[in-house]
Design a protein around this ligand. Structure first.
Ligand SMILES: Cc1cc2nc3c(=O)[nH]c(=O)nc-3n(C[C@H](O)[C@H](O)[C@H](O)COP(=O)(O)OP(=O)(O)OC[C@H]3O[C@@H](n4cnc5c(N)ncnc54)[C@H](O)[C@@H]3O)c2cc1C
Length: 459
């Protein structure tokens, strides 16, 4: 699909006054970058170039996202670095990125008027926030939305309730071949913008398409081990492309074209599904998908929550997960499931608090994927893990980090324990080492209590 039929044509800004000092082009379009911070495989950028003689590449820093309650300094720094790199990539093509700040509902129409743009092209997004923003912008300008964030559009698959059915349809569909970068970006001169922040620290973040491609190629060479290694905590078995996919320094089509492994493509399908779920059920962002479980009463215990968030639960696998999150803004998928299960089921604290904490900490923090992950673990989502599936932190540790290499790295207090005790330090002769706490809850008791609470609600 080139231009999406979903875009809402409205009052056109075409014919708005051209600022005198702009080079006159027969027509101007705006390429509004959001989560597609790349020049390769960018359908919105290509459509903008095809639609007009000159294109203004635009990014709008929206304070309601960058400074909102779910914002993250770490993610903001990554974004700034990615903008600097996008700007550099656009300059090699003859253009440059115009960065403005404010509410896109005002900034985008203002810029379109300023440069006399008849159309604004952008990549389609699926969250409730993005949809309402785009609908408001489309009331003021001719906004054309394009695919690119996902491998399949919600309308191509339909509203299905279980992942297996979704995956059957997803896997049967064609894969879109990635599009090349444009040869040239002809941009009008004299459009003012704030230069991207090129603080030296940002450069270290590898926030660029070049860095994403280097990571992708390195991963493709070992992707045949993905199915066996992806759950291992002590092995670098997954791609770690999530932040790139989140901000679009690489597209899922570029990734899928490079990695044919079925197990890996299945995870890309989960990513699509998370976005489809928020598209079909926007009301379920921040609330349980299962309406019958929306009034489940969670405990409220700030001290327990802090012990979880700071990695002081006494369960090394949970503590390692939370400490890695704090240190790196990343956590392997298996660790996310274990840590989330511990909060929701062992501590019976509101999963939405955990969801917010993850969003504030994760570099790849993503409203759709994070909400789906938490709801799946807490057993309140569509097609979720059943309430009686409670991850056992000791058995999970022994299975996915058998020698304890990963927990020793993140929890140095237990580094000297032998493998037999490293996932259950309280069982070591003499108890847990000095400085490391005993378990804050007894897993077996907590599990029984959680199941009873779910059952009580279900009756
Ligand atoms: C509680 C919880 C919260 C999560 N929060 C997020 C989040 O905020 N942002 C995020 O991108 N992912 C989230 N995930 C999904 C998953 O954990 C990460 O995408 C994955 O760990 C990223 O590592 P990777 O790039 O090495 O993944 P790989 O295993 O290499 O997978 C490749 C890509 O597929 C996608 N993907 C993989 N697994 C999933 C999944 N289960 N759901 C959705 N997409 C997936 C990601 O884009 C990932 O980069 C969450 C999972 C759980 C259980």
């Amino acid at each position: 699909m080139t231009t999406s039929g979903l875009s809402r044509r409205a009052r056109s800004a075409a014919g708005g006054a051209m600022v005198d000092h702009l080079v006159m082009h027969s027509s101007v379009a705006v390429a509004w970058f959001r989560r597609d911070l790349r020049v390769v495989d960018n359908p919105a950028l290509l459509a903008a170039l095809a639609s007009a003689g000159a294109v203004v590449p635009l990014f709008v820093r929206d304070p309601s996202i960058l400074g909102g309650s779910r914002a993250s300094d770490r993610r903001n720094a990554w974004l700034e670095a990615a903008l600097a790199s996008l700007d550099a990539d656009l300059r090699t093509l003859g253009g440059r990125l115009v960065v403005r700040e404010g509410d896109p509902r005002e900034v985008v129409p203002e810029l379109a008027r300023e440069v006399g743009a008849s159309m604004v092209h952008a990549q389609r997004d699926y969250t409730p926030f993005a949809r309402s923003r785009d609908a408001a912008v489309a009331d003021a300008v001719d906004l054309r939305l394009h695919q690119g964030l996902l491998l399949a559009e919600p309308e191509e698959i339909g509203d299905v309730k279980v992942f297996a059915a979704f995956h059957r349809r997803f896997a049967a569909g064609p894969l879109r071949a990635p599009l090349p970068a444009p040869d040239r970006v002809v941009a009008p001169d004299g459009v003012a913008g704030i230069p991207p922040d090129t603080a030296p620290a940002a450069g270290a973040l590898e926030a660029s398409t070049a860095a994403a491609l280097a990571r992708l190629h390195a991963f493709a060479a070992r992707a045949d081990r993905y199915a066996t290694d992806r759950d291992r905590l002590d092995v670098d078995g997954s791609s770690r492309l999530s932040v790139h996919l989140h901000f679009g320094t690489v597209s899922p089509a570029m990734v899928a074209a490079e990695v044919e492994d079925d197990a890996f493509r299945r995870q890309l399908a989960w990513r699509d599904w998370a976005h489809h779920l928020v598209w079909w059920r926007p009301e379920a962002v921040g609330a349980a998908w299962r309406e019958d479980l929306r009034d489940l009463r969670w405990d409220d215990d700030p001290a327990l929550f802090s012990a979880w968030a700071e990695g002081r639960t006494g369960y090394p696998v949970v503590d390692a997960a939370m400490r890695q999150l704090a240190a790196e803004g990343f956590m392997p998928n298996r660790a996310r499931m274990i840590a989330a299960s511990f909060l929701a089921k062992d501590l019976f604290l509101d999963w939405r608090e955990g969801e917010r904490h993850f969003l504030r900490q994760l570099l790849d923090g993503d409203v759709a994927a994070n909400a789906m992950g938490w709801q799946w673990v807490a057993g309140v989502g569509t097609d979720a893990a059943p309430y009686f599936r409670v991850f056992n932190p000791v058995l999970q540790g022994r299975r996915f980090d058998p020698a304890g290499t990963w927990v020793r790295r993140w929890v140095p207090e237990i580094a000297e324990l032998p493998a037999a005790h490293v996932h259950a330090p309280w069982q070591a002769p003499g108890g847990p080492p000095r400085g490391y706490p005993p378990p804050i809850v007894d897993h077996a008791q907590a599990r029984a209590r959680a199941i009873a609470r779910y059952l009580g609600r279900e009756r």
